[in-house]
Design a protein around this ligand. Structure first.
Ligand code: MSK
Length: 648
């Protein structure tokens, strides 16, 4: 694989994102570097790291597995090392989403107790959850109920005794609960499973890779129900249910004669307040006093998709686009909260005079202005949000006008879908079931996840999805993938011309785009809820439905848990790159050392990519880095499911 890695020239030729081509060249001409340069200087990447056969879980090592030395110093086998690396990546992602959930849930508590000056906008979700959790509803205000729900969600994050995660009990389908119960992988809480996963994989602990794989399943369920469901539902309690919005997205939404403020990260609490302050006449006037015609807000990564769903605020780009957008020289300020803010962005921000403001104590950046939000110390929230709004606008006066070049591209988008809005717009669950059964829609794929420098920027996302919609497969998307698809115009009704006849009919009849952007990375739960509801409606287990999870360009450790969450529900995965899950690879890694194994661990590769997972969960992981072949694999998978059901 190392020899196949794209260089800058190939990225320029193959990326479908026309707006970034000019920026890649501009940044280079300005004498600055991006991830593309750093990626090139990292080649060839360590083949042991790529296969997960390097063990760094004690201080005797690092140990690497070869034919000459098939065990680590402590005696650990390649199977134990590979599975330990996988589970450690998964629980890092679980910790990240857990920290996200913590902030949102404690914000609900603060609002419910009258300590945080925000309103709970999601009454519908509060009532639904109160009923599901069997809370006494009569004579209680939505705030009281929300406070009680928050307490349950906190317990789901932190429980130490042997009880099940409550959200799993109330949202998971019975068929799956039985499967997980029989496998003995029902989790207690996010915190407990992180602790246990790290404990099992430290020096001198568990040496049975199957037991560690069991803990991985347990951790994946904690990930899914405590931190994904927890964050996503709590955000809906706080800010209301998402409603689809028509808007324009892409780099061209920024304006040279306006203050351009970008918002970035995952947890949109502080930014909610900042938006409120930006609307104040005195802040608007301040922008005019500095000579700007107005203020533009643009979204990056998952905070961006959150704001698109709630206010129709345009999104601009994703994790690997965050440097490109700084290279426009037109960004006055980026307000960041947590996760996926790469250090390279700050390096470029210093080159282009962009101010960075950090708002989360977990995400400090040297040289940035730091005004953190802490839901347990909310006293200065309004004051800090005001300072952020003012500081961002003031940055406009220092802009170096000689370095500005904004791509012209803007793209129509119809994004911001949620579970309820999808079901309602498509005529109800039973109607969606009918569309699937009669073949108008051949299947549903959730295509999600980060970008990877291992392919030309955004190329795998866009190539795969164009094929899927041509074959009448409805696509739901989140996170950085959704930015690629939004900017490529695939989340607009105009993309109907690229669709097969069935999907075209659905677009016309129900006024929906072929690709529905359903939020940030935690909002994959919206897709999961749709899969669960459809399976219950049709009386068919999810594992037998024509669904697939697709992660073409995995990056963050959080992506391991995303795929595993769907796998646990019986939804097969198609991932673009094997590491750190060493499923059977299309070809050996080039540049491997003499005597090095072609695959990290045959046992684990065979388990996840073969009969092991299939027999236990009814699903498996396919790996395919080449997008045309990946699309074919998805098509064949969906076709097999339909044939099995006797659907044409
Ligand atoms: S932001 S986790 S790079 S999707 Fe959610 Fe994008 Fe992946 Fe971060």
């Amino acid at each position: 694989l190392n020899t196949d890695m794209p260089d800058k020239t190939e990225v320029l030729q193959k990326t479908p994102n026309t707006a970034t081509k000019m920026l890649i060249e501009k940044i280079e001409a300005d004498g600055n570097e991006t991830y593309l340069d750093r990626f090139a200087s990292q080649q060839p990447q360590c083949s042991f790291g790529l296969k997960g056969t390097c063990c760094r879980m004690c201080q005797w090592g690092p140990c690497r597995i070869t034919e000459k030395s098939p065990r680590g110093i402590c005696g650990r086998s390649q199977d134990e090392i590979v599975i330990s690396n996988i589970i450690r990546a998964l629980v890092s992602g679980l910790a990240a989403h857990g920290r996200h959930a913590h902030e949102i849930i404690y914000t609900i508590k603060g609002v419910a107790e009258g300590k945080i000056n925000l309103k709970l906008k999601g009454t519908e979700r509060i009532i639904e959850m109160a009923k599901k959790l069997e809370l006494k509803i009569s004579n209680k205000t939505p705030e009281q109920l929300a406070g009680e729900i928050a307490d349950i969600l906190i317990e789901d994050l932190s429980r130490m005794d042997n009880k099940n995660i409550r959200l799993l009990e109330v949202f998971a389908p019975q068929e799956r609960k039985d499967v997980w119960g029989n496998l003995d992988v029902l989790p207690r809480s996010a915190s407990y499973e992180i602790m246990e996963a790290l404990h099992m994989t430290t020096l001198g602990s568990c040496t049975d890779w199957r037991a560690i794989a069991g803990q991985e399943k347990r951790s994946a369920l904690a990930y899914c129900y405590s931190t994904l469901f927890g964050s996503s539902l709590a955000t809906e309690i706080l800010f209301g249910l998402p409603e689809p919005k028509e808007t324009e997205v892409n780099y061209g939404i920024m304006k040279e004669d306006h203050v351009n403020i970008l918002v970035h990260g995952h947890s949109p609490v502080m930014i909610e307040k900042v938006l409120e302050k930006i609307k104040l006449p005195e802040i608007q006037q301040l922008a005019k006093d500095y000579g700007a015609k107005g203020i533009v807000i643009g979204g990056l990564c998952c905070t961006g998709t959150e704001l698109l769903a709630r206010y129709g605020i345009p999104t601009v780009t994703n994790i690997l686009g965050q440097e490109f957008v700084i290279g426009t020289g037109a960004v006055d300020c980026v307000v960041v909260d947590m996760q996926c803010v790469i250090p390279g962005m700050k390096i470029l921000a210093d080159c282009y005079g962009t101010k960075i403001i950090t708002t989360c104590n977990s995400n400090r950046i040297p040289g940035a202005v730091h005004l953190p939000f802490d839901p347990e110390k909310p006293e200065t929230l309004d004051e800090d949000a005001y300072t952020i709004a003012r500081t961002a606008v003031e940055a406009y006066k220092n802009r170096d006008r000689s370095k500005i070049k904004i791509p012209k591209e803007t793209t129509k988008a119809y994004g911001g879908w949620g579970y309820e809005s999808i079901v309602k717009t498509l005529g109800g669950i039973s109607n969606i079931g009918k569309l699937l059964k009669n073949g108008t829609l051949k299947g549903i794929a959730t295509v999600v996840g980060c970008n990877t420098p291992k392919v030309a920027y955004e190329s795998n996302h866009v190539t795969i999805v164009k094929k899927l919609i041509e074959w009448d497969i409805l696509v739901l998307t989140t996170g950085c993938c959704s930015h690629a698809l939004l900017n490529a115009g695939l989340c607009s009704k105009e993309a109907s011309e690229l669709c097969g006849n069935g999907l075209k009919k659905v677009i016309e009849e129900y006024n929906v785009p072929p690709v529905m952007a359903v939020g940030g990375c935690v909002d994959n739960t919206r897709t999961l809820r749709l899969f669960i509801a459809l399976s219950e409606e049709l009386g068919i287990a999810i594992k037998d439905m024509p669904f697939m999870f697709v992660g073409p360009e995995p990056g963050n450790e959080k992506t391991v848990g995303q795929g595993m969450s769907f796998l646990m529900h019986g939804v097969s995965n198609l991932v673009g790159f094997p590491a750190p899950i060493p499923v059977p690879m299309p070809k050996p890694i080039a540049g491997s050392a003499d005597g090095e194994m072609d695959r990290g661990s045959n046992n684990i590769a065979d388990y996840f990519g073969g009969n092991g997972a299939l027999e236990e969960l009814g699903a498996k992981i396919y790996t395919e880095p080449y997008p045309e072949l990946a699309a074919q694999t998805i098509k064949m998978h969906i076709k097999r499911k339909r044939n099995h059901l006797g659907w044409k």
